[in-house]
Design a protein around this ligand. Structure first.
Ligand code: AMP
Ligand code: MN
Ligand code: MN
Length: 344
């Protein structure tokens, strides 16, 4: 996307915000820090403009972000509530996804109401189902877009919006360690600290909120990790029995797929997480050289070049058979790593 096209879309979005009054915000199923953080900040921007705002998501907010969602409030789908929200709103803004199916049970309500739709997202794979689509894959997080939109609109970023944006930015960049971490993300982090973010306080709230069972399950999965493709690929699995035994939900795999990045020589990590028998969530990560989004989009999923996912029906074994050969093929095609000491 050229810079010019992006700014035309942003101009259209500002006009969209000016033209509507009653906003409904949503995001993807199983929301992450970027999804919740972007919603909270966007809602604050709209309220500062004098607009009415509600936030409604398909799935509950993970415990780690509950303190942030309290500023929404972030409501969770039920059919009657959704009908009421859609009936009273004149505009829907979808954040951190541009894939209609990914907003889950809210999707069918769009067709049943007269409602304008705008999208604010940073995923490479997108349907662009809004009347206005601000989709910029070069942004490290949707929060980057929201931050820049707030500045363009001349809305002050108060400490709560700043914390929300910081959560989005830091979670989507793996605390500024993943390959999407760029100067723009780091400048934004500095600006947010100037707006009132206490970094250690945010980290404490987001990261020190896990139940002990989550670590035990991660420990089990890591103890059983498989090395394939001559050590370039790590495969992890978690099954329904483990979720039940540790009293956990799907969101408790958060962070697990990122752990094996620390193993020397690893190019990609695949996690096959089966919360419910017959439903497998595949998460793929690249440490920077191999593009993994195509492996997921081929099966109806998507994401970013270096972090992608897909939901599959069937057993873990079947999901592995569909995913791993393609991934191993991509790894086999990689040129050798530059020798140690060489700087490109
Ligand atoms: P995850 O592995 O769930 O952390 O997701 C990694 C990235 O891929 C995130 O940017 C997600 O939004 C995206 N993603 C995950 N699952 C899907 C899916 N079923 N369809 C499209 N994108 C997905
Ligand atoms: Mn997200
Ligand atoms: Mn995101």
């Amino acid at each position: 996307m050229s810079v010019q096209a992006a700014s035309a879309d942003r101009t259209a979005l500002h006009a969209f915000l000016a033209a509507h009054q009653r906003f409904l915000l949503t995001t993807h199923v199983n929301p992450d820090g970027d999804a919740i953080g972007s919603e909270i900040a966007f809602a604050r921007m709209l309220r500062a403009m004098g607009k009415d705002v509600r936030i409604l998501n398909d799935s509950p907010t993970p415990h780690a972000f509950a303190w942030l969602a309290a500023h929404g409030p972030v409501e969770v789908y039920d059919e009657t509530l959704a009908e009421a929200c859609f009936a009273e709103a004149d505009a829907l803004v979808v954040l951190d996804t541009s894939n209609r199916q990914r907003i889950g049970r809210l999707a069918p309500h769009i067709g049943r109401h007269v409602i304008s739709v705008a999208i604010v997202d940073h995923h490479a794979t997108h349907d662009g189902f809004g009347q206005v689509n601000v989709v910029e894959p070069d942004c490290a997080a949707a929060a980057v877009l929201v931050f820049e939109l707030m500045r363009e609109a001349g809305i002050a970023i108060d400490p709560i919006a700043a914390e929300a944006l910081y959560v989005g930015l830091s979670t989507d960049t793996g605390d500024f360690r993943y390959s999407n971490t760029d100067a723009r993300a780091l400048h934004m982090a500095a600006a947010l600290v100037e707006c009132g973010v206490h970094v250690s306080r945010v980290v404490q709230r987001v990261e020190q909120s896990a139940p002990a069972g989550r670590l035990r399950m991660h420990g089990e999965a890591l103890a059983a990790l498989e090395l394939r493709s001559g050590g370039q690929l790590v495969v992890l699995e978690v099954g329904p029995e483990q979720f039940v035994r540790h009293g956990l939900v799907g969101a408790d795999t958060e962070g697990l797929v990122d752990r094996p990045r620390s193993i020397e020589g690893v190019e990609a990590v695949a996690l096959f997480s089966e919360v419910e028998a017959g439903k497998v969530k595949v998460s793929l990560r690249s440490t920077g050289r191999v593009a993994v989004d195509g492996v997921c989009s081929r099966h109806g999923g998507g994401g970013h070049v270096h972090a992608a996912g897909v939901q599959m029906r069937g057993t873990r074994e079947q999901a592995r058979e569909r995913i791993l050969p393609h991934l191993e093929q991509l790894l086999a095609e990689l040129p050798p790593r530059p020798t140690e000491g060489a700087h490109a």
